[in-house]
Design a protein around this ligand. Structure first.
Ligand SMILES: [Zn+2]
Length: 258
């Protein structure tokens, strides 16, 4: 994270309060059963987002999905499923460009287009927004708040986009899930992420409340029946979870959105 982004984030929390610029959620004070807020960026992905939703449903867990508008347009049914299953939806821009890559005006056009796509698909507006790469500039921050977005950052980055090994990612997931009020950054377009969720959610099911971030992007309160899945559905190619050469290439190609 750049120094400018860090200073801007800290200033945002001080100026606008933790409700408009969320870096963590309020603690419940129940250390025996903490509330943890899983967040998934960069979807929807036709297979992997569906698999993440299956895992959450099986565990009775809720989460928040920050979707890229141009991907949402290709897979609108997944957005409706996210809301129908009690999760929250937020915007992650239209093209996934960082705030420092464009002028503030051009970047905000991308931001608004992403939110409009969600509204057109679901009929539900959202005020939740996560900036790509966590990048913020003073101008972008001011415009976001003027457009009545709530900015959601995170307390724990699992770094699943770097395609770590399964034990490494599982360890980070379990560590984050111990913290009351934690906002955990993950990516639902990563195969390794859904694979870790299968184990991680089961490990924590009795001891952690996984919740969606409340707001206008929140889904319906009644969850649908979990969808059954076979072991074959969970197949995760080894090349995607191990091996630095393959991982680096995969990561590079996966981050090209334009
Ligand atoms: Zn992203």
């Amino acid at each position: 994270m750049s120094v400018l982004t860090r200073i801007t984030r800290e200033a945002a929390v001080r100026l606008f309060g933790p409700e408009r610029c969320i870096t963590r959620m309020p603690r419940t004070g129940d250390s025996g059963r903490p509330s943890v807020y899983l967040t998934f960026d960069d979807g929807p992905h036709p297979e992997r987002t569906a698999r993440v939703l299956d895992q959450l449903a099986a565990a009775g867990a809720r989460a928040t999905f920050f979707v890229i508008g141009r991907r949402a347009r290709k897979h609108p049914a997944l957005l409706r499923r996210i809301l129908n299953e009690g999760h929250a939806l937020g915007s992650h821009t239209w093209r996934h460009w960082g705030a420092r890559r464009l002028s503030t005006a051009a970047w905000m056009n991308d931001v608004r287009r992403g939110r409009e796509e969600i509204e057109q698909i679901t009929g539900v507006g959202t005020d939740l927004f996560r900036p790509p790469f966590g990048e913020l500039t003073p101008g972008a921050l001011w415009q976001l708040l003027a457009a009545r977005f709530r900015i959601v950052l995170w307390t724990h980055d699992t770094r699943d986009f770097l395609l770590p090994s399964l034990p490494e990612l599982r360890s980070r997931f379990l560590e984050a899930a111990c913290h009351d009020g934690a906002v955990v950054l993950m990516h639902d377009d990563r195969c390794v992420t859904s694979y870790v969720l299968e184990h991680g959610l089961r490990d924590c099911a009795a001891s952690v409340r996984f919740q969606a971030i409340p707001g206008t992007g929140s889904g319906l309160p009644t969850p649908r029946r979990p969808i059954r899945q076979s072991a074959a559905d969970l197949f995760c190619p080894a090349a995607e979870t191990t091996g630095p050469a393959v991982s680096a290439a995969g990561a590079a190609s996966s981050w090209r959105f334009s």
